[in-house]
Design a protein around this ligand. Structure first.
Ligand SMILES: Cc1ncc(C[n+]2csc(CCOP(=O)(O)OP(=O)(O)O)c2C)c(N)n1
Ligand SMILES: [Mg+2]
Length: 625
């Protein structure tokens, strides 16, 4: 057997450069590059290996410098989502804080079922000089390290304490990354001494390897059961989730909806499954949904979930589907999701399932009156969107006007990116999506700080599209520093910073649960009251972005925002446009609900009132047993 003598770090880089995915006959590199922040844990291990690769095999494993380890993982997740999970990036960190900074990113990737390869360093396997810098010394469990924090948030976890363990671990890790059911954060912890240790590796380990991503075909008996139930239905509704997009099934869904007349609502991850102006597109479902989708949901007799994991936002905390006896049919690659809500489980790839269901229905369609009813609801909603885009609120614009201006300035294939705050709900309702990859709101983990870092990954994955990052001031303050990476790599992002002096979303949520917007505004502590109710903090986040090397434009009005977006379009590098909005002008109501518990007893009258309303709403929850 021929062998080659390499360190563990060198072997990993050599191996990762040779991994490919294949689906529908097209091949993709699985790991297109590696983000990294170096410290004593990885500087001479993976750091040396990445340098050697850059010098002797340029392009085999491009290195990108991150600012914060969490941001690196967000970028990798954004990249993977944009590439429909067929390609991703790796992230290497040092030990201790560098490693644990990635834990939030790992959770985000796992919750959203997005493949990311995490390579945190770990303390010495030999333990020769314990405790080393940044080592967590557990008093009784000596094998516990800070990286154990990755276990619950990873779909795959291993720690390589001897070089002999590496080959199997790498193969199992690649299998997990490329499996649509199991994918998420894949974490391989690398003790710092082991990373630099040499070993004789069989050459076969470094041969080019292709991971075939399957289109698993659903059981014909399950399709027959689903088709029989659908044929008996009179008011069916499809809820399209992220699985439709990852499976690249938008064209099949479009044809299925047109043929059957079944209206299609969308979850956050599924938005873009149908273009907003498709006659069957009724838009967002659930707590942040459109009245069109939620009206149909309330009276639906059969709900077909495709590629959705049915979060509380999509079910309006299990109040959205209110008809007694409503049945679910769930098409999903993952059995865990297919079986939710006591559904007829159709386990399989979304595209394969839609095609099979179409054949099973054999020409069946909804009644013309139901088809017309859904089309009218959709048209009425689009008129409401137009009104929300043109509120012309004074003196400060409403957020819906900002969304309208960005939507109008963007091209059909451009991408909007967001994650947390009041913006995701407003975008879910109001963004007119024209392309299946045009809407990128991370709402599985809804992680403040994802926006800019995730947007960086989106643009790296799709350089031919303009990327619009909509970010609140709260999210910006949590994690804006990957702007520096965008400057460094000349990655064009158009960041629209919506400044409303605080956590507007939580402010209005707080008010609705009786907590009076407590702790949600950016205001000075007032010496007179001892409370945070003084004047506004003197924040100038545009100046902050400018100081990072970003080209900055300040817009005072919606017309100025439109002009700034035109200027931004012709820029080569990252641009930030700041605009102040009125946090108290909401988007049109969803006629829906979200379960946020209200204090059962309180000395505050506002809370007591909210509790009464809460109990009434909670009484509408059903378990779909
Ligand atoms: C990391 C993280 N911490 C806390 C939260 C809870 N949270 C959700 S939205 C929000 C406020 C967001 O503020 P901002 O970005 O300014 O958006 P706005 O609500 O003003 O639209 C908070 C604190 C979260 N989603 N993520
Ligand atoms: Mg804000």
């Amino acid at each position: 057997m021929s062998t080659v003598r390499l360190t563990v770090g060198q072997a990993i880089v050599r191996f990762l450069a040779e991994q490919y995915t294949e689906r529908d006959g097209s091949a993709h590199r699985l790991i297109e590059g590696c983000f990294g922040i170096f410290g004593h844990g990885n500087v001479a291990g993976l750091g040396e290996a990445l340098l050697a690769a850059e010098l002797s095999r340029p392009g085999s494993m491009p290195y990108y410098q991150g600012r914060n380890e969490q941001g690196m993982v967000h970028a990798a997740a954004g990249f993977a989502r944009m590439r429909n999970r067929l390609s991703t990036l790796a992230c290497t960190t040092s030990v201790g804080p560098g490693a644990t900074n990635m834990v939030t990113g790992a959770a985000l990737a796992t919750v959203n079922r997005l493949p990311v390869l995490l390579l945190p360093s770990d303390v010495f396997a030999t333990r020769v000089a314990d405790p080393v810098l940044q080592q967590l010394e557990h008093p009784s469990q000596r094998d516990v390290s800070a990286t154990d924090a990755f276990r619950p948030v990873s779909r795959f976890f291993d720690r390589i304490c001897r070089p002999e363990q590496l080959a199997d671990a790498l193969l199992a890790a690649m299998r997990t990354l490329t499996d649509p059911v199991d994918t998420g954060a894949v974490t391989i912890c690398l003790p710092e001494d082991v990373q630099a240790q040499a070993h004789d590796w069989p050459l076969e380990l470094f041969a080019s390897r292709t991971w075939h991503v399957p289109r698993s075909v659903p059981d014909p008996a399950a399709i027959a059961r689903a088709a029989a139930v659908l044929r008996e239905s009179s008011r069916p509704l499809i809820v399209a989730g992220g699985g439709v997009i990852y499976s690249d099934a938008a064209a099949e869904l479009r044809a299925f909806a047109a043929a059957t007349g079944i209206p299609v609502a969308e979850t956050q991850a599924g938005k873009g499954s149908l273009a907003y102006d498709h006659p069957q597109a009724v838009g967002a479902i659930g707590a942040t949904g459109t009245p069109a989708a939620n009206t149909l949901a309330r009276n639906a007799d059969v709900v077909v979930g495709i590629g959705t994991r049915w979060t509380d936002f999509s079910t309006a905390s299990r109040t959205a589907f209110a008809l007694p006896g409503v049945r679910f049919i769930n098409c999903n690659v993952a059995a865990i999701d297919a079986s939710k809500n006591s559904a007829i489980a159709v386990v399989g790839d979304a595209r394969a399932a839609i095609e099979a269901l179409g054949r099973g229905l054999n020409g069946w369609a909804v009644s013309p009156s139901y088809r017309a009813e859904a089309a009218t609801l959709a048209r009425n909603w689009d008129e409401a969107v137009e009104l929300a885009y043109s509120v012309r609120n004074r003196p400060l614009p409403a957020q819906s006007e900002v969304i309208g201006a960005v939507n109008r300035a963007s091209g059909p294939r451009d991408v909007v990116v967001c994650a947390a705050g009041s913006m995701p709900g407003d975008l879910h309702k109001l963004w007119r999506t024209r392309d299946q990859k045009g809407y990128h709101v991370e709402y599985g983990y809804s992680c403040m700080g994802y926006e800019i870092a995730g947007g960086l990954g989106v643009k790296m994955a799709a350089p031919d599209r303009e990327v619009y990052v909509l970010v609140g001031d709260g999210s910006y303050l949590m994690m804006a520093q990957e702007l520096v990476t965008a400057v460094q790599e000349n990655v064009k992002l158009t960041v629209v910073l919506v400044q409303n002096y605080g956590f507007a979303s939580i402010g209005s949520l707080s008010e609705s649960v009786g907590s009076q917007r407590f702790g949600t505004a950016y205001r000075y502590r007032n010496p007179a009251t001892g409370r945070l109710d003084g004047s506004k903090l003197p924040l100038d986040l545009a100046a902050n972005a400018e100081s990072l090397g970003v080209f900055v434009l300040r817009a005072g009005t919606i017309d100025q925002l439109a002009d700034a977006l035109t200027v931004a379009r012709s820029q080569a590098g990252p641009v930030l446009i700041s605009i102040e909005t009125d946090p108290e002008i909401p988007a049109p109501d969803s006629q829906s609900w979200w379960d946020v518990p209200v204090a059962e007893v309180s000395e505050l009258a506002s809370t007591a009132r909210a509790r009464t309303a809460y109990e009434a709403d909670r009484a509408r929850q059903t378990r779909y047993l």
